[in-house]
Design a protein around this ligand. Structure first.
Ligand code: ZN
Length: 103
């Protein structure tokens, strides 16, 4: 229990990246809450300005995370396409070889 935002039912735990996490509901094995509470997280950051970020991230950070995630997805998608093309080429070559063996 913590009373940072007057949220008596919000809990605090430590996330897998060693950051404090705020919220309620079920706490998973990694220390994250089913229902994150941004208000408590921001209040904690205000009260502990030298202790880094709390979870859930602020909207600004979350937007930035979303952007980074999107970039990563695009990168992986592009990479998969390239690998797929390579695999297709390999299969084509093998097919040609097999056909020539039986010819
Ligand atoms: Zn709260």
């Amino acid at each position: 229990m913590n009373r940072l935002s007057g949220h008596e039912d919000c809990g605090i735990a430590i996330g897998i990246s060693n950051e404090p996490t705020f919220g309620k509901g079920i706490l998973n094995d990694y220390g994250y809450w089913q229902f994150p509470c941004e208000k408590c997280a921001r209040e904690w950051e205000k009260q502990n300005p030298n202790s880094g970020k709390a979870w859930p991230s602020s909207n600004e950070d979350a937007e930035h995370e979303k952007y980074k995630k999107r970039q990563r997805e695009l990168y992986h998608k592009k990479r998969e396409e390239l690998i797929e093309d390579e695999v297709k080429e390999e299969i084509d070559e093998d097919d040609v070889e097999e056909i020539s063996q039986f010819a």
